[in-house]
Design a protein around this ligand. Structure first.
Ligand code: PEP
Ligand code: MN
Length: 262
């Protein structure tokens, strides 16, 4: 169960060779979409060089338009596995459907996207595995809704759930979504599960990612998942919110300094 009344000590989720929770910080970086082996290799080298400890990249993409790039699919998963192994970085990528789950054997962590947070069949299937799950908050989901979605995974026997706040829809249009920073203390008061923040999808513009990332660290999150790209303006998805590799390195150093200070 997710509740603190069931388990009072913070849960530590092990993803490959790293830990998330109880003071163990996950600095996850990578492109929105995997765009090919060489490009992902370059990004992964930068993630490693920055001192971050985990790699992201989408192979199955839940795009708003059916005409937009839908991801490299199985080929993307293979690229991610290979690059993660080369740089010794655990990898996380989104699983969109029940019939994809079997393809994720070589992946270290499932991502359940915002649009699938209440796909209960999918939650049950990943709950029957032992693989860690990054569960993103639905764009119109309450904190209680997210905790109940986590419960679907836990109830099947998989205790390795990490919650991810990625911004919710509000009337504000200046940002892509509204980052609910207060979800951090609220979740802390209710659950032992680790909390990761995704400032990229929250703000939607790269120049605003750093301030929200730092605020989230100050508020006590257990990790950050951030979109980066070697040439953000040319990215196949979410380029506007993707940091350059250089900016990511600078941010990672600041995050480390602040996290150590805390
Ligand atoms: C993503 O991580 O690229 C993504 C699609 O995220 P979300 O489900 O939060 O929109
Ligand atoms: Mn994205």
């Amino acid at each position: 169960r997710a509740s603190l009344s069931y388990k009072a000590t913070p849960t530590v989720v092990e993803v490959g060779n790293i830990k998330i929770g109880a003071g163990n910080f996950a600095m996850i970086g990578g492109p929105c979409s995997i765009e090919g082996l060489d490009k992902l290799d370059e990004v992964a080298a930068a993630v490693k060089d920055a001192g971050a400890n985990m790699l992201r990249g989408g192979a199955y993409k839940p795009r708003t338009s059916p005409y937009a790039f839908q991801g490299l699919g199985e080929e993307g998963l293979e690229i991610l596995e290979r690059v993660g192994a080369k740089y010794d970085l655990p990898v996380v990528t989104e699983v969109m459907a029940v019939d994809q789950v079997d393809l994720f054997d070589g992946i270290d962590m499932y991502q359940i996207g915002a649009r699938n947070m209440q796909n209960f069949d999918l939650l049950k299937v990943v709950g029957k595995t032992n693989k860690p799950v990054l569960l993103k908050r639905g764009m119109a989901a309450s904190i209680e809704d997210m905790l109940m979605a986590a419960e679907y995974i836990l109830a099947q026997g998989n205790p390795n759930v990490v919650l991810c706040e990625r911004g919710i829809r509000t009337y504000e249009t200046a940002t892509r979504n509204t980052l609910d920073l207060s979800a951090i203390p609220v979740l802390r008061s209710k659950t032992h599960l680790p909390i990761v923040i995704d400032p990229s999808h929250a703000v939607g513009k790269r120049e605003w990612v750093e301030s929200m990332a730092m605020a989230a660290v100050a508020a006590g999150c257990d990790g950050l998942i951030i979109e980066i790209h070697q040439n953000p303006d040319e990215a196949w998805s979410d380029g506007r919110q993707s940091l350059t590799l250089d900016a990511y390195k600078k941010l990672t150093a600041k995050v480390q300094a602040l996290h150590t200070f805390l």
